[in-house]
Design a protein around this ligand. Structure first.
Ligand SMILES: [Fe+2]
Ligand SMILES: [Fe+2]
Length: 130
C-alpha cells in the first residue's frame, strides 16, 4: 500500500501523520510469513486504537455533527481486527487473516479517508484559522 497524497492527504497535520504511520506499519508485513502478518495486525490494532481516540477527541472537542456515524465505523473496524486476530490460531483463521490484511484493510483505509476522515479534517480546519 502506498500513501498517495492525492487520495490520502487531508491537510490536517496530526491526522496526516497518523495515517502515514498506518501505511508504514502496514507495509512492514512479510506476506510469506503468517507470523509477520499476525504481528503487524497486532501492531496496527494498537496503533488504530490511538488513531481513533485522537480523531474522536477532536470530534468531541468541536462538536462534530456526524460523530456518531464516524465513531460507529471506528468501532466496526476495531472489532473486525480483533475478530481476525482471535481466529488466527487455526489454519483456516490464518488464511482469513491474510486475506483480510491483503485486501480488506487497504480498501477500508482508502474508503475511510476519502469519505469520513476527509469530512472530519475539513470540518476541523475552520477552528484552526487565526
Ligand atoms: Fe483516520
Ligand atoms: Fe476516522
Amino acid at each position: 500500500m502506498e500513501f498517495q497524497d492525492n487520495k490520502h492527504l487531508l491537510k490536517h497535520n496530526e491526522m496526516d501523520e497518523i495515517h502515514k504511520e498506518f501505511v508504514q506499519i502496514y507495509n512492514g508485513a512479510d506476506y510469506n510469513s503468517i507470523g509477520s502478518i499476525i504481528n503487524k495486525t497486532k501492531e496496527l490494532f494498537e496503533h488504530t486504537k490511538r488513531h481513533f481516540s485522537y480523531e474522536e477527541s477532536q470530534m468531541d472537542q468541536f462538536n462534530y455533527p456526524t460523530s456518531r456515524e464516524h465513531k460507529e465505523e471506528h468501532q466496526k473496524v476495531l472489532h473486525e481486527m480483533q475478530f481476525f486476530l482471535e481466529k488466527s490460531n487455526t489454519s483456516i483463521g490464518k488464511q482469513l487473516l491474510k486475506a483480510y490484511y491483503k485486501q480488506k484493510l487497504p480498501d477500508w483505509f482508502d474508503l475511510h479517508l476519502i469519505s469520513m476522515d476527509s469530512d472530519l479534517a475539513s470540518f476541523l480546519k475552520q477552528f484552526k484559522k487565526g
